[in-house]
Ligand binder design. Structure first.
Ligand SMILES: Cc1ncc(COP(=O)(O)O)c(C=O)c1O
Length: 314
């Protein structure tokens, strides 16, 4: 297609694919944005690049310096940052709950990240607390902190949002899962500036239940980048539904995506049922590869559900 000097130039520009077969109403079209096509495998490549670029512009990071970036992420942000850090000449230390899946640990190690464990039972909030503690003890560590870094929504405001508008100018509804909220904030703001009637739909698990990669804002931590005014609707999706829709994405549409993508699609389909006609774009943050050991496509639903509460696949 094209040629590029660096793999970092391959970040973004992901395709939309029709998943209309899953729509409950033939007059409601649903397009999925396949973020698994990014070089590190997820939407988080976008924010990793933007957070490092902004820290460099602010003089917090100096390329090639070997400075250590610290981030509480077992998941996609860790992988995206490891990729960017390697190419820009930094070390990366990730704080990782000790119950993460084998694929997660392997990927982070392969990409060259150093790993610090936090208690698995405390989930991502425990990893955030541990990272803040480490940063307070050692001021040479650079904590980019995706939950509070304006570069996170900015990456989606400057790249993901414009891509969606260019590829699907008829979009009426944008639907995505809520983790740090960066995707919803950045894409939501951009699209609303161009289409004031656009509806932004956030997908969350019920309080106290775990859908890998997503959080319920009632569970005790509201990301500082979150602005409630950008959201119009919230759809609650349970862990079991996420797995069911992850399977349907593959069986009906041939799309092999991660479990939070199943959740986002479940939310989009529920919202579609309330529309008479129109167009929804739903963002699928990553591909299915990192979730193979969850058995999401192969094992009994009860077994998968139980495993997903115990092991951190995100
Ligand atoms: C797999 C997965 N799904 C969904 C999300 C949510 O995206 P955001 O952090 O932009 O809200 C994330 C990140 O937190 C993720 O890694």
């Amino acid at each position: 297609m094209t040629r590029h000097d660096s793999v970092l130039d391959l970040i973004g520009g992901t395709p939309l694919v029709g998943i209309h077969a899953l729509s409950p109403n033939p007059d409601v079209r649903i397009w999925a944005k396949l973020e698994g096509q990014n070089p590190g495998g997820s939407s988080k490549d976008r924010i990793a690049r933007q957070m490092v670029q902004m820290a460099e512009a602010d003089g917090i990071l100096t390329p090639g310096s070997g400075q250590i970036i610290l981030e509480p992420s077992s998941g996609n942000t860790g992988i995206g940052l490891a990729l960017v850090a390697k190419l820009r000449g930094y070390r990366l230390r990730v704080v990782l709950p000790d119950n993460v899946s084998i694929e997660r640990r392997q990927l982070l190690q392969i990409f060259g990240a150093e790993v610090v464990a936090s208690p698995g039972a405390e989930g991502s909030n425990g990893a955030i607390r541990r990272a803040e503690q480490l940063a307070a003890e050692d001021d040479s560590l650079v904590l980019l902190f995706q939950y509070g870094n304006p570069a996170n929504p900015l990456a989606h405001y400057t790249t993901t949002g414009p891509e969606i508008l260019a590829d699907c100018p008829e979009v009426d509804v944008f639907c995505a899962g809520l983790g740090t909220s960066g995707t919803l904030m950045g894409v939501g703001r951009f699209l609303k500036e161009h289409k004031p009637d656009l509806v932004v739909v956030a997908v969350e698990p019920p309080a106290g239940e775990l859908v890998q990669g997503l959080r319920n804002l009632d569970d005790g931590f509201v990301p500082p980048i979150f602005d409630p005014d950008v959201l119009d609707r919230k759809m609650i999706v349970r862990p079991r539904e996420s797995i069911e829709w992850t399977r349907r994405l593959l069986s009906s549409c041939g799309v092999f995506a991660g479990i939070s993508s199943g959740a986002a699609v479940a939310g989009a389909v529920k919202y579609a049922a309330s529309m008479t006609s129109g167009t929804i774009v739903v963002l699928l943050p990553d591909g299915g590869w990192k979730y193979l050991s969850s058995g999401a496509w192969t094992d009994d639903l009860d077994v998968v559900e139980e495993r997903a509460q115990r092991i951190n696949y995100w």
